[in-house]
Design a binder for this molecule. Structure first.
Ligand SMILES: O=C(O)CCC(=O)C(=O)O
Ligand SMILES: [Fe+2]
Length: 332
């Protein structure tokens, strides 16, 4: 059997609702149920975005350390109140070696934050001043909205392909709480790499683990990666298959909550990132429903229902960057 593990699907017929739309829906559904991963062919311009949008977003990493630190989560800057949104610096003691910023829906929909209910899942996103990165916040808002639209189209395709109502699979994303994350994996200092076992490659091509194996928590992740490579998917035979970078494409993976939500018909797939000697950028968009969305797999018993935010928080605590956090730390 020579089935490719990671199918590539040109999304144009779905976006344009043209000839071939049904075949795209079928391919997306098959990828969701069997591979747990796919790449989709879609150019920024097809989403109403400028061709250089990813480079524009990555300008964030040109900020001075002090400016990034001002946006850092409470865990890294105890004087800052933000615990869920904001900047995270690389931690030399962690196997994962990355910095980044997590941004919530308020970057495009200011009305979706709650500043007064103490729930970190709804806290405002700390952003650099516009004078520090002119035009950047507007690019972020445009990208966030474009990813939300794309997420809805893929959720709609899955609803059709799995014969689940749109009300079940798409409506919970109204007033959703998706996360846009910008990631930079810097070159890891040679003296640190010297103490770590390489994962693959020889000599200058050696690569190390820089992102530990994990499943994404949410529903669908729409991931842009630069041309460096290093994203790998865990295969059923226990190996790791590389998801090769390609232009005008996004990687899509299916998260654990969607696996639950579909009654196990959709697979979540474990993935990891290798690299270490070359700087790499990636931009995942974790497409997520409203914090208070009630999730129930079609046909599943009522007792299996859960509130999205509650389950998300439980699962997030498994990630190294969130360990030890209290959701409602301000309460006693
Ligand atoms: O950097 C990547 O390509 C993937 C990042 C990732 O898996 C994540 O942030 O969940
Ligand atoms: Fe991931």
């Amino acid at each position: 059997m020579t089935e490719t593990l990671i199918p590539h699907i040109d999304l144009t017929p779905l976006l344009e609702a043209g000839v071939g739309r049904d075949a795209v829906i079928e391919a997306i559904t098959a990828a969701a149920c069997h591979s747990g991963f796919m790449t989709i062919g879609v150019a920024p311009e097809q989403l109403g975005l400028p061709a250089d949008i990813h480079a524009r977003l990555a300008r964030f990493f040109t900020l001075e350390d002090a400016a990034k630190r001002q946006l850092a989560r409470h865990k890294f800057e105890p004087d800052n109140a933000n615990v869920y949104r904001g900047y995270f610096p690389p931690q030399n003691e962690d196997p994962t070696w990355k910095e980044g910023i997590d941004m919530g829906p308020d970057v495009a929909h200011p009305e979706r934050v709650r500043t007064n209910d103490g729930d970190p899942l709804r806290e405002p996103t700390p952003l650099p001043a516009d004078s520090e990165l002119p035009g950047w916040a507007a690019d972020i808002a445009a990208y966030y909205e474009a990813m939300e639209r794309l997420g809805r189209q893929i959720a709609g395709a899955l609803a059709e392909g799995l014969d689940i109502s749109r009300e079940t699979l798409v409506t919970p994303f109204d007033a959703g709480n998706s996360t846009l994350r910008l990631i930079h994996y810097p070159e890891r200092p040679a003296e640190t790499l010297a103490t770590m076992p390489a994962v693959d490659g020889e000599g200058a091509a050696r690569r190390w683990l820089v992102g530990v194996p994990h499943f994404d928590n949410g529903f669908i992740t729409l991931l842009w990666q630069d041309r460096v490579g290093g994203l790998q998917v865990h295969t059923p035979d226990g190996g790791w298959e590389e998801v090769p970078p390609r232009d005008n494409a996004l990687v899509v993976n299916f998260g654990r909550l969607l696996a639950d939500w579909s009654g196990g018909r959709i697979q979540a797939t474990e993935h990891r990132i290798v690299g270490g000697s070359r700087s790499r950028h990636s931009i995942p968009f974790f497409f997520e429903p409203a914090v208070d969305a009630v999730i129930q797999a079609p046909g599943a018993p009522a007792e299996s229902r859960y509130v999205y935010g509650d389950r998300l928080w439980e699962r997030m605590l498994e990630f190294v960057e969130f360990q030890g956090l209290e959701r409602f730390a301000k309460e006693t």
